[in-house]
Design a protein around this ligand. Structure first.
Ligand code: GDP
Length: 323
């Protein structure tokens, strides 16, 4: 399998964690896509440059040189898609990106920092009520965030290939806590409380926002937020608000669309339409599109691709926090 071949040939350097002294500089954060405080004037051609959701690019080794185009060849339309709406990670020049460098079902270009991605070991470390109670060992972490019922537990379990990995956060009393899971002894997945509980009291909602915002604003080791969006329903204002808050605060995020298996029939709109509408609404606020990826915990869609994406964010962070 192409993906596994790639993983086994990865040559990314993994420095031991205890050698690392990391300081996160938000202003230099490579994955905080630039955010426009007020919507910029729409670019007339932006819509036509949006990548197709059905794009099924083959995965190529990230560290192989990009294919050369002959000088005579006219850039195909797909190249224009690649140059405009894609998330291009550090280490890759936008000019050389071609569709086959894309992770399938996403706008994410795979770059030279992608490396070891599979989850081999998971260890629940602790639940914290405040950001200052979280583990203090400088390992990089990803926060998983989304509306209640978005499929967060299912996705975390799918990433870890374990049935009950994320159950901790479902236990009474743990739902309003920040739960740290140590992955492969080297990085964390952080399970944050879901927001937008239909039945939550006003005070419970306020609690959620104040303590979770404290986490985002004070957590130096946060590499990026995986913001889960349910693709089986139309865009929800609460998700847009959350994305905009993260953007305004320069916190790097990836939109992880969940439940993308619900493609056929049924009531309402299809995931592809919902995703397109969500992106249209978000694009008003971003000069550069944040990374996004389609997933399904039922079929496994996007699972390995999301892990690869996280590996390139993590490895870039590791290598650039050493100085
Ligand atoms: P959480 O509250 O965000 O942790 O959401 P859960 O993981 O508990 O999932 C909420 C509901 O959505 C459950 O009924 C899941 O079975 C369902 N669900 C979660 N992920 C998927 C998915 O990828 N596809 C489909 N069809 N259903 C899903």
């Amino acid at each position: 399998m192409v993906l596994l071949d790639f993983l086994s040939h990865s040559s990314i350097y993994f420095p031991p964690n205890d050698m690392l002294v990391r300081h996160r500089l938000l202003s230099l954060h490579p994955f905080a896509t630039s955010f426009a405080a007020s919507p910029p004037a729409p670019r007339p051609s932006a819509a036509s440059f949006r990548p197709s959701l059905s794009l099924s690019a083959r995965l190529k080794p990230a560290n192989s040189p990009p294919p050369k185009r002959s000088a005579a060849a006219q850039p195909p339309a797909a190249d224009e898609l690649v140059r405009t709406a894609l998330f291009v990670p550090p280490g890759v020049s936008r000019e050389v990106v071609t569709p086959d460098m894309l992770l399938p079902g996403s706008n994410i270009v795979l770059g030279p920092y992608a490396g070891h991605a599979q989850i081999k070991q998971v260890e629940f470390v602790k639940s914290s009520a405040r950001a200052r109670d979280c583990p203090k060992d400088d390992r990089p972490e990803f926060a998983i965030l989304g509306r209640s019922n978005v499929g967060k537990s299912s996705l975390i379990n799918a990433l870890a290939r374990k049935k009950e990995f994320a159950l901790t956060s479902k236990k009474p009393g743990k739902t309003q806590l920040i739960n740290h899971f140590l992955i492969n002894k080297s990085w964390y997945i952080v399970d944050l409380p879901g927001y937008g509980f239909a039945n939550a009291s006003q005070s419970a909602r306020t609690d959620w926002s104040s303590f979770t915002k404290g986490y985002f604003l004070n957590r130096d080791t946060l590499v990026a937020v995986m913001l889960l969006i349910d693709a089986s329903i139309p865009p929800q204002q609460i998700d847009l608000d959350c994305a905009n808050w993260l953007g305004r605060n320069s916190i790097g995020m990836t939109f992880v669309f969940t439940k993308c298996d619900k493609m056929k029939g049924g009531k309402g709109t299809r995931p592809e339409e919902n995703i397109k509408r969500f992106q249209d609404m978000i694009s008003m606020y971003y000069k550069e599109p944040p990374p996004w990826i389609m997933t399904s915990s039922v079929t496994g869609l996007g699972r390995d691709e999301l892990l690869l994406h996280m590996s390139q964010l993590r490895n870039y962070w590791d290598n650039n926090e050493l100085d």
